[in-house]
Design a protein around this ligand. Structure first.
Ligand SMILES: Cc1cc2nc3c(=O)[nH]c(=O)nc-3n(C[C@H](O)[C@H](O)[C@H](O)COP(=O)(O)OP(=O)(O)OC[C@H]3O[C@@H](n4cnc5c(N)ncnc54)[C@H](O)[C@@H]3O)c2cc1C
Length: 337
């Protein structure tokens, strides 16, 4: 059998897994992807409800890496991404409001649109959680959560958040223990909608010195100010990683009861929301990314990628996926005789 006909299994079809798949396929390799999500997105996620829409995960994309800039240019041309050019500020304790300029991009019509575009035409099985990657006679045997045998693969890429990658990397304990070093914080996200526009001079704000009880929010954004969104007034709030970690087991009603007043304090809004939902991201952002780029063990044919390998930004997930593909495509190192 030709080497090129042996598929590579990729667990996780978020930005990292798809970036890796895209590069491997460009090189003529065959891939097969598995993702537990119902559809494309991962943490680039969009929720729709009635006349409102919320990007409750990733808020905006940066594009500093040249390869990612090239992909962003394609997404802009294809209309699945756009620049988000609204006033963004940093709110300091004591009331100082400072501009926070920067080039920011969003998916259109939702943050998951670029992921949809990337996944289009790729062999992804959605709604399938891989529970185990175990050594078999013909490579790594993948087993689904419901016990289904997903086949054997010579090479496996694990492109899921670090804590979820650790058990899947059990066959390569050195990689598993490296992945275990990348802590990922929770994030409580709140989706709010209002009948009328909230009268505040900016559309998004980073909150400086956030994390304590008095300042739980680290970010708030008028979601409806993003291009291509429904016009109904909608906001997304994110609690700071420290606050979210401390309150990870709080009921969502209790979270709303604490974060809504924080939003009102920061914006001066008094109107009651007509829609209010809290969502907990269990593995939101790496607070201690590894900085390794990716993990790859050529002798084992096992590797991992994701933002946690590099930096807490979506762009880093792309770069990590690309780096892993490059490492897999590099000629095998000569073995000593
Ligand atoms: C609340 C929040 C705010 C953020 N804000 C920003 C921001 O403003 N700017 C920015 O640049 N970045 C932001 N990020 C980070 C950004 O979303 C991530 O860096 C990026 O999406 C990571 O991509 P990934 O492919 O590494 O992981 P993910 O997007 O998490 O993809 C992993 C995929 O693996 C799947 N999966 C997991 N386990 C399994 C399994 N066992 N079997 C099968 N499939 C599995 C999941 O369903 C998922 O689709 C934010 C993230 C969150 C949560």
């Amino acid at each position: 059998m030709s080497v090129l006909s042996v598929p590579i299994a990729i667990i996780g079809a978020g930005l990292a897994g798809l970036a890796c798949a895209d590069r491997l396929m460009q090189a003529g390799l065959e891939v097969r992807l598995f993702d537990k999500g119902r559809g494309p997105g991962g943490r680039l996620s969009t929720r729709r409800s009635d006349r409102f829409q919320f990007d409750h995960g990733c808020q905006f994309l940066t594009a500093r890496d040249p390869d990612f800039q090239g992909r962003m240019a394609r997404w802009l041309d294809d209309g699945v991404a756009a620049r988000w050019t609204v006033p963004v500020v940093r709110l300091h304790p004591g009331g100082l409001v400072e501009d926070s300029p920067g080039e920011r991009f969003v998916g259109v019509p939702g943050m998951n649109a670029p992921i949809h575009a990337l996944a289009d035409g790729l062999p992804v099985q959605w709604g399938l959680r891989v529970a185990a990657v175990e050594p078999g006679r013909d490579g790594w045997r993948l087993t689904a959560e419901d016990g289904r045998d997903l086949g054997c693969y010579q090479q496996v890429v694990i492109a899921v958040p670090a804590p979820q990658a650790v058990p899947l990397l059990a066959g390569a304990p050195d990689l598993a223990s490296r992945a275990a070093m990348a802590h990922m914080a929770h994030c409580w996200a709140v989706m709010l909608a209002f009948e009328d526009r909230i009268d505040v001079a900016w559309d998004a704000a980073f909150v400086a010195a956030a994390g304590g009880e008095g300042r739980p929010l680290s970010w708030l954004a008028r979601n409806s100010s993003k291009p291509g969104r429904p016009p109904a007034e909608s906001w997304v709030l994110h609690a700071a990683p420290t606050w979210s970690d401390v309150h990870s087991e709080l009921a969502s009603d209790a979270v709303l009861a604490r974060l809504l007043p924080a939003f009102q304090t920061l914006t001066g809004a008094r109107a009651a929301p007509v829609h209010a939902v809290a969502h907990r991201w269990r593995y939101a952002l790496p607070t201690a990314p590894l900085g390794d780029g990716c993990l790859w063990k050529p002798q084992a044919g096992l590797g991992a990628c994701g933002d946690w390998c590099l930096e807490a930004r979506a762009e880093a997930a792309w770069v990590s996926g690309r780096r892993l593909a490059q490492a897999m495509l590099a000629p095998a190192p000569e073995r000593p005789l």
